[in-house]
Design a protein. Structure first.
Length: 451
């Protein structure tokens, strides 16, 4: 596997209440974009709170490969000396994105309208994921592509010499596809338009505006977001602060709700409305969650999240909420295992093309631990309150969120739960084990005969 380590099974077991105040690492989506946009600006961008995970470090390496200088200072500040839009150098070797879907798809967008050639590879998970959703619009803008059958990695592109701006209607709810087209549009003359029928996270739009691009977002008569970007701006360097990742916060939030007696505060979390679906859902399920100290920083709302153990009840999660919590369904399924009655989660077709087929991986993980569930083509229904749950080993399929979600399950189940590979957690949340240990959880390496 190219995310850098051999599998490391981890096991969790119930160990009393979780208590304390923590900060989770910086937001992954914003961290990728901070490095990319800093690389495309002319001058020096600084980034505090960057997520230092394998996925984001792969993006740093990719930006260095096209000429940006990116350095980490001793105090953790990242300094990015941009090479400037239109001036990217051709990478001298293959770009390995490991497990990082956001990294590779957004980078393909950037490179696709620069006159350079590049080859992208990834780990076993990334190599299974569909790249056509990004490569198809790029082909229309003039990018030449040679990819493995089904538009999978490895893939090589030769960026367009004379790129063409386009109007693109995003066919699935995907911020990565939207962003790839917008980033390709950056180096096109004229205006690129992206129509987004279903709103997704808007970090690309907000951050590009912050870097000085001319970008507008309006709603058309059908209520769809219409994003217009004027090509070939001079991007101005920024001083950025990355807030805590709400997707990573989802793990301690759910753990605190389901481990009896817990009382946990998670500080400095991004509260962008396109990212907070899990919190809304858990509150609807009866979770004692309070957001305090709301403030604004860098154009985003942030706040501290206080969570106390709660008796949850099953609900139907509205399908239209899915884009605002798309990465959180695995851990929501774990919360649902402790709720009274059924939790029904429709509208999950995109879960099948994440780091793993997450619908199937979650369903198998629940079954392995004695939790009744029904896996439909695009839905999951979990029945909570089963007795004697846990005791299973979950196959993580190189998917960090499957590993972390089921480790959270083990913190509250009757019997321990093992994730067959905890090494993959380093792609997004390298401090997962130490932060949970601080809160009082028992996360341990699994003796090899037990894995
Ligand atoms: C992301 C978009 C989402 C999300 C991923 C991060 C982004 O992917 O699952 O973790 O930063 O744009 P999709 O665009 O495939 O929904």
């Amino acid at each position: 596997m190219s995310h850098g380590s051999s599998p490391k099974p981890l096991t969790t077991r119930a160990a009393g209440p979780l208590t304390g105040t923590i900060r989770v690492p910086g937001d992954k989506s914003i961290s990728h974009r901070a490095l990319m946009f800093g690389a495309l600006a002319v001058g020096r961008t600084t980034v505090t709170g960057l997520l230092e995970s394998e996925d984001v470090l792969a993006t740093a390496a990719a930006m260095r490969a096209v000429g940006a200088k990116i350095e980490r200072q001793d105090d953790g500040l990242y300094v990015v000396d941009g090479i400037g839009l239109g001036s990217l150098l051709e990478p001298e070797s293959v770009i390995d994105f490991g497990n990082a879907g956001t990294g590779v798809r957004l980078t393909m967008g950037i490179f696709g309208t620069h006159d350079i050639a590049a080859t992208f590879v990834g780990d076993g998970s990334l190599s299974k994921r569909p790249m056509g959703r990004v490569l198809d619009p790029l082909r229309e803008m003039g990018t030449n592509v040679i990819a493995r059958s089904g538009d999978r990695l490895p893939a090589s592109i030769r960026g367009a010499k004379q790129p063409l701006p386009m109007t693109y209607r995003v066919p699935m709810a995907s911020a990565q596809v939207k962003s790839a087209v917008l980033l390709a549009g950056l180096n096109c003359p004229g205006e690129t338009t992206v129509i987004e029928p279903i709103a997704t996270r808007d970090h690309t739009e907000k951050m590009l505006a912050g870097f000085g691009a001319e970008i507008s977002v309006t709603l058309n008569d059908a209520g769809e977001r219409v994003i217009k970007l004027k090509g070939q701006p001079e991007l101005k360097p920024q001083d950025l602060e990355v807030p805590g990742d709400p997707s990573s916060a989802g793990f301690p939030i759910v753990a605190a709700l389901i481990v009896p007696g817990s009382d946990v505060t998670i500080e400095n979390i991004l509260l962008n409305e396109h990212r907070t679906g899990l919190i809304t859902t858990l509150i609807e399920m009866g979770g004692d969650i309070e957001i305090v100290n709301r403030r604004h920083s860098g154009g985003e709302e942030i706040g501290d999240i206080k969570v106390k153990a709660s008796q949850l009840k099953g609900i139907t999660v509205p399908a239209k909420r899915a884009p605002s919590m798309i990465d959180e369904y695995p851990v929501l399924a774990v919360a649902a295992a402790f709720a009274s009655g059924e939790t029904h989660m429709p509208g999950l077709d995109e879960l099948r093309v994440k780091e793993s087929d997450r619908l199937a991986a979650v369903a198998r993980g629940l079954e392995a631990n004695g939790i009744p569930c029904v896996e439909g083509e695009d839905f999951l229904t979990v029945t909570g309150g089963a007795n004697n749950i846990g005791g299973g080993t979950v196959v993580t399929h190189l998917d960090h969120r499957i590993a972390m979600s089921f480790l959270v399950l083990g913190m509250a189940s009757h019997k321990p739960v093992t994730a067959d590979d905890g090494a993959v957690i380093a792609t997004s949340f390298p401090t997962f084990t130490s932060l949970f240990s601080e809160l009082g959880a028992k996360v341990q390496e699994t003796p090899s005969e037990a894995a």
